[in-house]
Design a protein around this ligand. Structure first.
Ligand SMILES: *[C@@H]1O[C@H](CO)[C@@H](O)[C@H](O)[C@H]1NC(C)=O
Ligand SMILES: *[C@@H]1O[C@H](CO)[C@@H](O)[C@H](O)[C@H]1NC(C)=O
Ligand SMILES: *[C@@H]1O[C@H](CO)[C@@H](O)[C@H](O)[C@H]1NC(C)=O
Ligand SMILES: *[C@@H]1O[C@H](CO)[C@@H](O)[C@H](O)[C@H]1NC(C)=O
Ligand SMILES: *[C@@H]1O[C@H](CO)[C@@H](O)[C@H](O)[C@H]1NC(C)=O
Ligand SMILES: *[C@@H]1O[C@H](CO)[C@@H](O)[C@H](O)[C@H]1NC(C)=O
Ligand SMILES: *[C@@H]1O[C@H](CO)[C@@H](O)[C@H](O)[C@H]1NC(C)=O
Ligand SMILES: [Zn+2]
Length: 799
């Protein structure tokens, strides 16, 4: 029988009163300010204009007489009174405040009970109260979102009417790891999966990529009326189910194959968690199955906030219609073995079916099936769909300049009671960041720019809390938001990694060189010293998506990951499993929490520079250089497509999507069109170099001490810094295309988007690249024109 979980859900907290509080300055306030500013100027009432343009921004200039190197930051703010502390003092506070014991305390708190999206209001109140205690005003932003909670599930195998196997669908309770045994622990299930009760023969579909399914079709194996069993990996889980559904499958099972765990496997003699670093065989990866490469956020309110009473759209096409469940490899074994010798085996198929077949040592032959008509699975998935509040906690420190805002955030919700890696390593760091800035406030710090802290809810189901918030405050953010800094999983190991808009790269290299690594094998080495210095492009998979891809706010995502180079591999991170727990983190992931603190320092310092540097520390040249590289890559791809020659990597990537034979439009005409892009990016590069040089010059002047009697130079400098900063603020916005990408209009950015067929991985120039993949060269030419327009707009915005 299926386990029914309503008893476990019954004691979930629900607040009777929903605090929907406007957080950061809501829309009317800023527009009032702006209107007032412009009206005043227009009326020639110089008093207010002088206030806004000069007196308030006087904070941009230094106070004390002190010799500075040009790129040092001067002592900060004035307006209602200058900051009592200098940037160097602020930096010292930010580097000295965070403590391992505190991060452990916060981590332990968040991971001691379930906190699925919308299900733990006491963590909301706790977070808000902590931030207030640290000296930062915080409110709760609530959204009514359409979401599912697990009621029951079952997976059993029958031979005719005879029960052959009943899957446990449970992760083992481990004595060493207390949160694995909570009576109210979260069942194994998929976010946004469909309810259903199906009984059918089954088929093994490998990773469930588009081409895996095509290989089955080529072998005349139909999924119609069958249950698909796929392994995790390669592409976003929702897309595996999407294709199975399109091919007529009635259900889908996803399991974690240890073959994808690298060197740390039982087969290689590595001990299993909790004794060792290999995957615990009963671990299950929960997760969302929303089709999120089409649109993140509440699926019933695409593009607008889920406030009470708003119209709701149907969810068809945004989430699966067939039931699915995630299972462990222990539960998968009897099912996979039942297929041994039936239908083609992985060996009869191409090499993509022979990768990481990690259960061979357990007797699995990886045959495809389908199972004979009498060998069937009964898959039951019962989900409670409901529209229920989610809660973001939003902390604000008002700066002197109300129209320049830095937002930093991390999500709080997890699939499990634990979540010590995802996301609460980030939450522990965020609390230490807030505490550090609170410490600075207590010592008289007055920020130059406004700083907003966000503890997002509902990230796991589909980036819901952050997406709804951005959709609500888009007019304000579009006007005032300078940058967004995200940390999701702060650490699961010692290897530093980042993805970012290239505007933000330079500052990361600078800051990483100012934070000591916890690894002091070589004394004094910094995070920068141990980092391969690669920064990936923005894809999706965390809360920066709405900022970067919808609002055009330059964003960065930071985190430490596993060190796979170790002889037995890295400790396997039990993603979305009960074993992503405090015990795992403190034993294997980050013993002693030193990398939590390193992340806290990087995050704080990076944020402080964005908030305090008189000249916003973005770099336009780096963006132009990156764009030039992306264009070259796309052109290589076009050449390869024309020549029909593909690299190993291209071929692996192509496994995720349909192969198109028929060509539309002319590839040579498109090739010709690229000259427009080269020209536009060259001119953007020139403008960017000039802009950055001007900015560097102003930064140097801001570091000099201009005597009071040269007041005109002072005013001119302030005026110019305001101007250059305003240009920096709006560069990223120039890459928004208001119609959005083809078939997924929510995504507005022409340079960055999640891969349509992979879900997580970043795609550059998605509109153009997808058209080339589709061999639709006419549509690609349309995208060349759209991109050229953006490049021209960006250049003009800088000139
Ligand atoms: C909410 O979280 C706290 C702290 O992690 C935990 O103690 C409590 O059990 C959770 N409440 C519910 C209803 O899950
Ligand atoms: C920030 O400033 C606005 C006015 O611009 C004010 O309404 C708000 O209360 C202030 N917030 C904090 C946290 O001080
Ligand atoms: C699923 O359907 C079967 C056959 O219709 C039925 O016997 C069984 O009770 C159902 N299971 C659940 C959990 O509803
Ligand atoms: C494919 O399978 C169908 C039914 O399963 C069968 O009727 C057909 O003959 C098969 N075709 C080939 C080429 O094997
Ligand atoms: C489903 O969720 C709603 C709203 O949270 C709740 O009122 C209801 O009791 C739940 N239904 C079941 C069967 O648990
Ligand atoms: C620690 O630092 C040493 C010296 O730089 C380096 O060789 C080693 O790989 C580092 N270890 C980790 C886990 O980063
Ligand atoms: C911006 O980046 C370019 C290229 O990396 C570099 O030459 C220049 O010095 C940078 N400017 C600033 C102000 O960081
Ligand atoms: Zn996460």
């Amino acid at each position: 029988m299926g386990r029914i979980y309503d008893d476990k859900m019954a004691n979930n907290e629900r607040t009777p009163l929903i605090t929907t509080v406007a957080v950061a300055p809501p829309r009317q306030r800023y527009s009032h300010n702006v209107t007032r500013r412009f009206c005043t100027v227009a009326l020639g009432s110089t008093m207010v204009a002088v206030m806004i343009f000069f007196i308030i921004p006087m904070a941009l200039l230094p106070v004390h007489h002190r010799h500075r190197r040009p790129h040092d930051h001067p002592s900060v703010p004035i307006p209602g009174g200058r900051s009592a502390i200098s940037f160097d003092e602020l930096k010292t506070i930010l580097l000295e405040t965070p403590k391992e014991e505190k991060a452990q305390e916060w981590s332990k708190y968040y991971t001691s009970g379930p906190h699925l999206a919308g299900q733990n209001y006491s963590q909301v109140v706790w977070t808000q109260e902590k931030w207030e205690e640290f000296g930062v005003k915080a409110t709760v932003a609530a959204y009514d979102t359409y979401i599912n909670y697990p009621l029951g599930h079952r997976l059993a195998m029958y031979d005719g009417t005879k029960l052959k196997f009943e899957a446990s669908l449970e992760e083992d309770v481990l004595e060493e790891d207390p949160t694995t045994g909570l009576t109210n622990r979260v069942p194994t299930f998929h976010g946004y999966s469909a309810s259903g009760n199906v009984t059918a023969p089954f088929v093994y579909v490998n990773y469930g990529t588009y081409q895996d399914y095509e290989d089955l079709i080529a072998k005349n194996i139909s999924l119609k009326g069958k249950i698909a069993i796929a392994r995790y990996g390669g592409i976003f889980r929702g897309l595996k189910i999407k294709r199975a559904q399109e091919l007529g499958a009635v259900g889908c099972i996803l399991y974690s194959d240890p073959g994808d765990d690298g060197k740390a496997t039982e087969e290689n003699g590595v001990e299993l968690y909790p004794e060792g670093i290999a995957r615990n065989p009963s671990s299950v990866q929960r997760g969302s199955t929303q089709f999120l490469s089409v649109a993140p956020g509440d699926p019933t309110t695409p593009g607008y906030p889920s406030l009470p009473g708003v119209p709701r759209e149907p969810v068809e096409g945004a989430i699966p219609s067939i039931p699915s469940i995630p299972i462990s490899y222990v539960d998968a074994l009897p099912i996979l073995k039942a297929l041994n010798g039936i239908g083609p085996s992985a060996k009869d198929l191409n090499k993509y079916w022979q990768r990481n077949t990690g259960l061979g040592y357990k007797g699995v032959e990886y045959n495809i099936g389908p199972s004979p008509d009498n060998i069937v699975l009964n898959l039951v998935n019962e989900q409670n769909y409901t529209t229920t509040p989610l809660w973001n906690v939003i902390g604000v420190i008002n700066g002197t300049l109300a129209d320049e805002v830095i937002v930093i955030g991390n999500h709080r919700d997890a699939w499990i009671a634990g979540g010590a890696g995802d996301p609460n390593s980030g939450s522990a760091c965020l609390n230490e960041v807030v505490r550090s800035f609170g410490e600075a406030l207590a010592k008289g710090w007055k920020p130059l720019r406004t700083l907003v802290f966000a503890s997002w809810d509902g990230e796991e189901y589909g980036l819901i809390g952050s997406t709804e918030w951005v959709e609500q405050y888009i007019p304000w953010l579009a006007h005032a938001n300078v940058a967004y800094v995200n940390v999701d999983v702060a650490t699961t190991g010692p290897i530093f990694g980042a993805s970012a808009s290239p505007l933000m790269n330079k500052l990361l290299y600078e800051v990483a060189g100012q934070v000591q690594s916890p690894n002091q094998t070589v004394p004094g080495q910094t995070i920068l010293d141990l980092w391969d210095k690669s920064i990936s492009t923005m894809g999706s998979g965390s809360d920066f998506t709405a900022f970067q891809d919808f609002a055009g706010v330059p964003s960065i995502d930071l985190g430490f990951g596993p060190d796979d180079s170790a002889p037995h591999g890295a400790p396997v991170y039990h993603y979305h499993s009960n074993y992503d727990s405090y015990h795992w983190m403190n034993t294997y992931g980050d013993p002693g929490f030193h990398y939590h603190i390193a992340m806290t320092k990087i995050w704080s310092l990076y944020t402080a520079k964005l908030v305090e540097a008189p000249v916003i520390p973005l770099n336009a040249t780096d963006y132009a250089i990156a764009l030039k590289g992306y264009i070259a890559n796309v052109e290589d791809k076009l050449d390869a497509s024309i020549a029909g020659i593909y690299s190993e990597n291209d071929q692996l990537e192509a496994r995720a999507r349909p192969m198109v034979i028929e060509t539309k439009g002319s590839p040579s005409k498109l090739k010709h069109g690229f000259s427009k892009l080269h020209k536009a990016v060259a001119r953007l590069t020139t403008a960017s170099i000039a802009h950055d040089a001007w900015a560097a010059d102003l930064a140097a002047q801001a570091g000099d001490n201009i005597p009071w009697w040269r007041w005109f130079s002072k005013l001119r400098l302030i005026y110019n810094i305001r101007k250059v900063n305003s240009k920096y603020k709006y560069i990223e916005r120039q890459f928004l295309y208001k119609e959005g990408l083809d078939g997924r209009s929510w995504f507005k950015h022409v340079v960055f988007a999640p891969g349509l067929w992979t879900g997580y991985a970043g795609a550059v120039f998605p509109g153009l690249v997808e058209s080339i993949d589709d061999k639709d060269f006419g549509n690609a030419l349309k995208w060349v024109d759209i991109i050229e327009d953006c490049l021209v707009k960006a250049r003009k915005s800088l000139e």
